[in-house]
Design a protein around this ligand. Structure first.
Ligand code: FAD
Ligand code: DLZ
Ligand code: SF4
Length: 503
């Protein structure tokens, strides 16, 4: 009896559990470009194009491999418009009454599949280092779910950078060596870029016609869209950027959008790259003497540490997680998040780059756009939707914990032990943004004062009850307490005036 095998746009791996559980000789693979997935938030056009192009190429690969693939393009007249709708239509065509799926990376779609009037076998997504059972067992009974301890377990489990039971080099974490400020220039030309082939060009035309008015520019489009290209992009990063990845991981520059970052998150998240393949390539670079330990450890930690950990949190915390708002922040997202039109150079640069590339690196997301939203008290759900829309690598399982938890502290401190907030001084130390800004980063008050300086104290003051007792913040609160009362009032009233101006 024929069964339907669902392959979603971020499940483009031959090792997918649904494919492994199916029978090539009798089952039918269903893949569909559908309006519901393309519009549940208004994604960046580059993101939609990346997913559709990679889906089309993966479908061709499965066909070459002998699978019967029923692929629906967005503009097919019979397109039912949603994943469950497409499965029902294909069930009618083929007489199938059963669907094999791999668990989607979003509660919304899990619920939609479970509500279908078809028998559903939902397999776990095995394209991760950790299973959810493992994560839950690790989390159970712990007072604090700190990533570092989970990461150590993942090192032990994978054997990556281990000397027997001990970490390579004697330390688990080399982060203290990874905080160098922006260098004068960067010796890496950026991620490998690919000229669109016929399949990609067709998708670009479709996306331009249907989603051309969304935030962000579609062309030039240079992402890898199949496994072979993604592997070349990875090899390019390992050869030319990994050795310096650690040193400048937190740096930001006016004229360099990628620094030594990998730009592989989209490829990992849709399944064109496997996390262990990526980490082993990095480990080999260390063993061959090509890249130093601080770089390789830092890079591997992002993948088997942070990436796995945020996924564990998303599925452990449940569907309400993206709606949490522990700090009761209610302000509307400022319009400049959609235009980049602000005198604050750091924000303008990060947002313009986001519009053009559908990419910004971690510190831009956390310490520029995220930091500002948190300091200004923007509603975290609006912030979450912005991040989910604008980045090519954004899928809820990874985006929501990073935004709602790490960046906006809206989960009340599950992920972050203290809020990631800073004044302009941090941005000035790590970037060259402030040199060309209309505001003065060293001015704490007055018409030229950097807004981050004003909002920083405003945030700390309005949330003093919650954070003053936090040991890691006691020094900052002591500084605030010591400050002259008149100066405090000036800072607070200038911050209020700035916030009023936002809306
Ligand atoms: P590199 O800096 O080169 O790092 C290598 C890899 O490590 C990345 O490709 C990624 O797979 C992984 N990684 C690094 N940090 C994280 C992290 N915190 N969580 C998960 N994986 C990580 N990452 C996404 O993949 N999708 C998102 O939607 C997303 N949203 C974010 C929202 C906010 C507010 C913040 C602060 C971070 C977010 N991140 C997200 C994490 C991180 O910013 C991106 O993974 C990274 O910028 C991707 O670029 P890269 O490949 O050049 O990363
Ligand atoms: C993000 C996305 C988009 C834009 N379009 C599709 C699509 O048309 N068909 C599809 O199967 N998947 C798409 N995706 C990815 C899904 O939204 C993703 O699988 C869920 O959000 C779960 O992570
Ligand atoms: Fe950003 Fe302030 Fe620096 Fe301007 S001065 S770039 S607003 S941190």
């Amino acid at each position: 009896m024929t069964r339907l095998v669902l392959v979603l746009g971020d499940q483009l791996s031959e090792t997918l559990s649904a494919l492994q559980a199916a029978d090539k000789s009798s089952d039918v693979v269903v893949m569909a470009e559908v309006a519901e997935e393309a519009t549940y938030v208004q994604h960046h056009p580059k993101k939609i194009a990346f997913i559709f192009a990679a889906m089309r190429k993966f479908a061709a690969r499965l066909r070459d491999d002998g699978w019967d693939v029923r692929y629906t393009q967005l503009d097919d007249t019979e397109n039912a418009g949603s994943i469950p709708g497409e499965l029902l239509r294909r069930a009618e065509d083929t007489g199938a009454s059963e669907v094999i799926a791999t668990q989607p990376g979003e509660w919304r779609l899990i619920d939609a599949l479970e509500d279908m009037p078809l028998k559903l076998t939902m397999k776990p997504d095995t394209r991760f280092v950790s299973t959810q059972e493992e994560f839950d067992a690790w989390a159970e009974g712990r007072k604090a779910l700190r990533m570092e301890y989970f990461y150590r377990d993942m090192r032990r489990k994978t054997g990556l950078l281990m000397e027997g039971d001990d970490p390579e080099g004697g330390k688990w974490n080399y982060d203290s060596e990874n905080r160098k400020p922006a260098p004068d220039d960067i010796a890496f030309s950026g991620p490998m870029q690919f000229t669109p082939d016929e399949t990609v060009e067709e998708v670009l035309d479709l996306v331009e016609a249907r989603f051309g008015n969304s935030f962000g520019t579609l062309r030039p489009f240079w992402f890898a869209t199949d496994q072979g290209q993604a592997r070349r992009a990875l090899a390019h990063f390992i050869t030319y950027a990994l050795p310096r990845f650690g040193d400048f991981q937190d740096a930001m520059m006016n004229d360099n959008r990628f620094l030594y970052h990998a730009m592989i998150s989209p490829y990992l998240n849709v399944g064109l790259l496997d996390p262990m393949e990526v980490c082993k390539a990095a480990e080999d670079a260390y063993k061959d003497g090509h890249a130093p330990l601080n770089a390789v450890e830092g890079f591997i930690r992002q993948i088997i540490g942070w990436r796995e950990y945020v996924r564990g949190i998303y599925f452990r915390e449940g569907p309400d997680y993206p709606r949490r708002n522990a700090l009761n922040h209610q302000r509307k997202l400022p319009d400049f998040y959609w235009t980049g039109e602000t005198d604050m150079n750091c924000l303008s640069k990060a947002i313009t780059q986001t519009a053009e590339e559908a990419y910004a690196h971690h510190i831009q997301r956390l310490m520029v756009t995220g930091n500002f939203a948190l300091l200004a008290g923007i509603n975290p759900h609006e912030v979450h939707e912005w991040y989910l829309r604008v980045y090519v690598d954004a899928f809820e399982w990874v985006e929501a914990p990073n935004t709602v938890g790490m960046s906006q502290f809206a989960d009340g401190g599950i992920i972050a032990s203290k809020p990631y907030v800073s004044s302009g001084a941090y941005i000035n130390r790590m970037s060259d943004y402030c040199k060309s800004c209309r505001y003065k980063v060293n001015d704490k008050t007055g018409k030229d004062a950097c807004p981050f300086n004003l909002l920083y104290w405003h945030f700390l003051d309005r949330h003093a009850e919650r954070f003053a007792k936090n040991q890691r913040m006691s020094q900052i609160y002591a500084n605030w307490k010591r400050m002259d009362e008149g100066r405090k009032q000036t800072i607070l009233s200038e911050a209020e005036a700035f916030l009023d101006g936002l809306s």
